[in-house]
Design a protein around this ligand. Structure first.
Ligand code: ADP
Ligand code: MG
Length: 728
C-alpha cells in the first residue's frame, strides 16, 4: 500500500491548471468592488460628498448626520454588489486581519424585514475583543474594545460582505492595532515634512508618505502541505534534507512561470484589481517555487491595507488551485527566505517626490535635505528600526545564513557618497564666499546627471537608496508593514523637527537660508557617517567592520525587542503622539509573547513529529535490516554471515546513532521547555526560549535529516524537499 506521502505526491502529479476567465478588460475591472471617490460622488448627496472628501484629505471628523448619509450610500452601493453582510475590518496585533460579520438584514415585524445600516454602525462597533492580544492593557473585567471607522481607506466588498477599514482601540482609548499608530505616525511626518518644505516652496501644505511593497512568497501543493504537520502548524518545514538540486542553478529566477501557478496568479491578481490594488509585477524569485508580487506604490496607509488584503486573498485563492501560500520568512532551510521590501518615500501635494533629485539647484537642495535627514534618522534610531522587524520567523533571515544582516546600515551608491563626502569636506566653517557657494551649487546641480547613470544596486543592504526612494529590505514577508512604517515615519518626523530647529537657529543668527541648510546638512552628514555602508552586507568582514564602527548586531528577537523599554524611545513616540509609554510597553509584551508562542509551537511540533512519525518509521526500517542480518547469520553462520552483511550492519549502526542522538536532543529540549514555561516575566521567558529551547532545533534536525537520507525512500513519512519544491 502506498504511504500517505506517496498518495499525496500522486495527487500532485494528477493536477491540471484551473484557468478562470473574467469578463472585461483589466482596466475596466480596476476598483470595481471599492467604494471609492467616484462611486461616492455618484451615491452621496453633494454636501455629504464634500464632507467625505474633507475627511479623507484632512482627517476631519464626520458629524452624525453625514455619517448616516455615508452609511446609507455605502449600503445601497454594497447591495448592488450582492453584499448581505458588513464587517469592521481591523488589524489586531496578532499580525493578521480580523472581522466580525453582521447582516444588513433586520426583521421589523412578522414576515417583514429591511436592510439596515446607519451612521452609528458605520462609525463604531464593539467586537468581542477579549481574544485579541492587548499586552495587559485591557483588564479582564473590562474586555471591551472598539473599532472605529478610518474614512481615509475606502470600504470594499469581498464575496458578500462589505468591509469597512477601522482602527481598533481599548475601552480607555489605547490602540490595540497597527492602524491607529500608523495614522498618527503619518500625521507626524506630514507635519514635520511640511515645515521643512516651507524653506523651499510655500505651496506645500501636505506631505504623504508613500509605500510600495514587494511581497515574496512560496507556493506548495495542498496535498503535500497536508502531509507535513510542521508546515501546517508553523508555516515552515522544521525537518527536511536539502534537495540535491536547490537554487544553485538559479534557473528559477525570471524563468517561465508554471501553468498551474499562472492560473492561480491570474485569479488572485484579478481579484486584487477588483479591490483597487494596483498589482502590476509578478515574477519568479531566486528559490524554486518562490514568487513575488509588487503593486504600484500608494499612500502609505492605503498601501498597507492593500498588502494585508492581498495576503488574505492569496491564501484564499491558492486553496482553490490546490496550493498553499507560505508567507513565512524561511519555510525551507537551504534556499532563500522571503522578505517584503518596503519602498518608501515622501510626496507633496504639489506633486514632488521629496526623495527624487530635482531639476534645478533649489529642488536638488530640497532632495538633499530629505535624503540626508533620512540617513540621520536611520543612524540615530537604528535600534528601533531593528526592533520593528524582529520576529521569530525573521530571525531566520536577519543575520542568519542569509541577509539582509541584522546590522542596520544604509546604502546610497558611490556617486551620492562622493557628493556627501564633498559637502562634508568643502562647506566652510566661517562665512561662505560667493565662490564657495557657486561651487557647491554646481555640485548639487549635478545630482540629476550623476543619478542618471547611477546603476548601483546593492542587494545586500537592509536599507538602500534606489534612485527616488529608500528600500527597507529587512521587513519579513509575513509582517504587517505598518510596524516598520510606524517606526520609519516616526523617526523621520523626529529628525525633521530637530533639523528645522537647528536651521532656524542659524537663520536667526544671520546665516542665509541656503547656507544655513547646507551647513546643517554638513553637520548631520558627519554625525551619521558610520551608518553608511556600500560593501557586501553578507560578508564576514562587514560584521567586524560594523563592530568597529559601533553598530549593533542584534541577532535574535528577544535582544532586539529590548529597546522598546528604553526611556528615550518611549519619549520619542510619546512626543510625537504616536504611542504612549503604556501602549509601547503593551506592544513589547505582545511581541515577546508572540515570540514565545512561535518557538513553543515549533518545539512541540518537533517533539511530536519525532515521536509519532519519525521514530516509528526508523524502528520499522531497523527491523527490516535486523531481519536481513539475522537471515545472513542463519544461512552463513555468525562469522561469515556478519561479513556478508557488513553494509547492513554499518547502516544499522549509523541509523541507531542518529536515532538516539535525535531523541536525546528532543528530550533535552522538552526539559528546557518545562523550565522556561515556569518563568513569569515575558522578556526572561523569551530569552529562555531563545537560548535554551530553540538552541536544540539545529541538532535535532541534523539527525532527523540524516535519517531521511538513510531510511528507505518508500517508508519516509514526510514529503521531501525535492517533492515540495519542484512540483508544479
Ligand atoms: P526593484 O526593487 O524590484 O528593482 P523598482 O525599483 O522598479 O523594483 O521598484 C520597486 C517598487 O518601488 C515598486 O513596487 C514601486 O511601486 C515602488 N516605488 C517606486 N517609486 C516609489 C515611491 N516614490 N515611493 C514608494 N514606493 C515607490
Ligand atoms: Mg526591491
Amino acid at each position: 500500500m502506498a504511504s500517505k506521502r506517496q498518495q499525496a505526491y500522486q495527487d500532485v502529479l494528477n493536477r491540471t491548471p484551473k484557468h478562470i476567465e473574467f469578463d472585461g478588460r483589466v482596466s475596466e475591472l480596476f476598483g470595481k468592488n471599492v467604494f471609492h471617490m467616484e462611486v461616492m460622488r455618484e451615491y452621496l448627496p453633494s454636501e455629504a460628498f464634500k464632507s467625505m472628501v474633507e475627511s479623507i484629505q484632512n482627517g476631519t471628523r464626520l458629524d452624525r448626520k453625514m455619517a448616516d448619509q455615508v452609511a446609507s450610500a455605502m449600503k445601497d452601493w454594497a447591495l448592488t454588489k450582492g453584499a448581505t453582510h458588513y464587517t469592521h475590518w481591523f488589524q489586531p496585533l496578532t499580525g493578521a486581519t480580523a472581522e466580525k460579520h453582521d447582516a444588513f438584514f433586520k426583521p421589523i415585524g412578522p414576515g417583514k424585514a429591511i436592510e439596515r445600516f446607519d451612521g452609528d454602525l458605520l462609525v463604531q462597533q464593539e467586537p468581542d475583543a477579549s481574544s485579541f492580544p492587548n499586552g495587559g492593557i485591557r483588564n479582564t473585567f473590562e474586555a471591551r474594545g472598539y473599532t472605529a471607522w478610518d474614512p481615509s481607506s475606502p470600504a470594499f466588498v469581498i464575496g458578500k460582505t462589505l468591509c469597512i477599514p477601522t482602527i481598533f482601540i481599548s475601552y480607555t482609548g489605547e490602540s490595540l492595532d497597527f492602524k491607529m499608530p500608523l495614522l498618527k505616525a503619518l500625521h507626524a511626518v506630514d507635519q514635520a515634512a511640511v515645515e521643512v518644505c516651507q524653506y523651499f516652496d510655500k505651496n506645500v501644505t501636505k506631505v504623504n508618505a508613500t509605500l510600495g511593497w514587494e511581497q515574496e512568497y512560496f507556493l506548495i501543493d495542498q496535498a503535500l502541505f497536508n502531509a507535513r504537520p510542521d508546515l501546517m502548524m508553523t508555516g515552515r518545514a522544521l525537518f527536511g534534507h536539502a534537495a540535491a538540486k536547490g537554487q544553485q542553478l538559479e534557473d528559477h529566477y525570471f524563468g517561465s512561470i508554471p501553468d498551474r501557478v499562472t492560473a492561480f496568479m491570474r485569479e488572485f491578481e484579478t481579484e486584487a484589481i477588483l479591490l483597487g490594488i494596483p498589482v502590476t509585477t509578478r515574477h519568479n524569485e531566486v528559490a524554486p517555487n518562490q514568487f513575488e508580487c509588487a503593486p504600484m506604490f500608494e499612500e502609505c496607509n492605503l498601501a498597507n491595507d492593500h498588502n494585508l488584503l492581498l495576503m488574505d486573498l492569496m491564501e484564499k485563492i491558492a486553496r482553490k488551485h490546490d496550493f498553499r501560500v507560505l508567507l513565512h520568512e524561511k519555510p525551507f532551510a537551504g534556499v532563500n527566505g522571503s522578505g517584503k521590501h518596503n519602498n518608501w518615500s515622501l510626496s507633496t501635494n504639489t506633486g514632488v517626490n521629496l526623495l527624487a533629485p530635482g531639476k534645478n539647484p533649489k529642488t536638488n537642495l530640497q532632495f538633499l535635505t530629505f535624503f540626508v535627514n533620512t540617513i540621520k534618522a536611520i543612524h540615530d534610531h537604528a535600534d528601533i528600526l531593528r526592533a520593528c522587524i524582529a520576529s521569530a520567523g525573521n530571525d531566520h533571515r536577519l543575520g542568519a545564513n542569509e541577509a539582509p544582516p541584522a546590522i542596520i546600515s544604509a546604502f546610497i551608491g558611490s556617486q551620492l557618497s562622493t557628493l556627501l563626502d564633498d559637502i562634508e569636506k568643502n562647506v566652510k566653517a566661517g562665512k561662505m564666499t560667493p565662490e564657495d557657494k557657486t561651487e557647491l551649487k554646481l555640485n548639487i546641480g549635478k545630482i540629476p546627471q550623476i543619478m542618471l547613470d547611477n546603476t548601483d544596486r546593492n542587494r545586500t543592504s537592509p536599507f538602500a537608496f534606489t534612485g527616488n526612494k529608500f528600500e527597507f529590505r529587512a521587513v519579513g514577508s509575513s509582517a504587517n508593514c505598518a510596524s516598520a512604517m510606524i517606526v520609519l515615519n516616526s523617526i523621520m518626523a523626529t529628525q525633521l523637527k530637530i533639523f528645522k530647529i537647528a536651521v532656524d537657529k542659524r537663520i536667526d543668527k544671520g546665516e542665509a537660508k541656503d547656507e544655513a541648510i547646507l551647513k546643517e546638512l554638513q553637520v548631520i552628514i558627519k554625525e551619521s557617517k558610520k551608518i553608511r555602508f556600500e560593501g557586501n552586507g553578507y560578508g564576514d568582514e562587514w560584521v567586524k567592520d560594523a563592530e568597529k564602527r559601533g553598530l549593533k548586531n542584534l541577532k535574535d528577537t528577544p535582544r532586539a525587542l529590548k529597546v522598546w523599554s528604553d526611556k528615550n524611545v518611549a519619549k520619542l513616540f510619546n512626543d510625537l503622539n504616536v504611542l504612549t509609554p503604556r501602549e509601547l510597553e503593551a506592544r513589547q509584551e505582545i511581541d515577546f509573547e508572540n515570540y514565545i508562542l512561535k518557538i513553543q509551537i515549533e518545539a512541540r511540533i518537533m517533539e511530536d513529529v519525532i515521536q509519532s512519525m519519525i521514530v516509528p518509521v526508523v524502528i520499522d526500517y531497523q527491523n527490516k535490516i535486523i531481519q536481513n542480518i539475522q537471515g545472513h547469520i542463519a544461512v552463513l553462520g555468525d562469522k561469515t554471515g556478519k561479513i556478508a552483511a557488513a553494509v547492513q550492519l554499518e547502516l544499522l549502526e549509523k541509523i541507531s546513532n542518529h536515532l538516539s542522538k535525535m531523541k536525546a536532543s528532543s528530550d533535552q529540549m522538552l526539559k528546557a521547555r518545562k523550565v522556561a514555561n515556569n518563568i513569569e516575566h515575558a522578556e526572561d521567558k523569551a530569552i529562555a526560549y531563545c537560548d535554551t529551547v530553540k538552541i536544540h532545533f539545529d541538532e535535532i534536525r541534523y539527525h532527523a535529516d540524516k535519517l531521511e537520507l538513510l531510511v528507505e525512500d518508500e517508508m519516509w513519512p514526510l514529503p521531501k524537499f525535492r517533492e515540495m519544491l519542484f512540483t508544479r
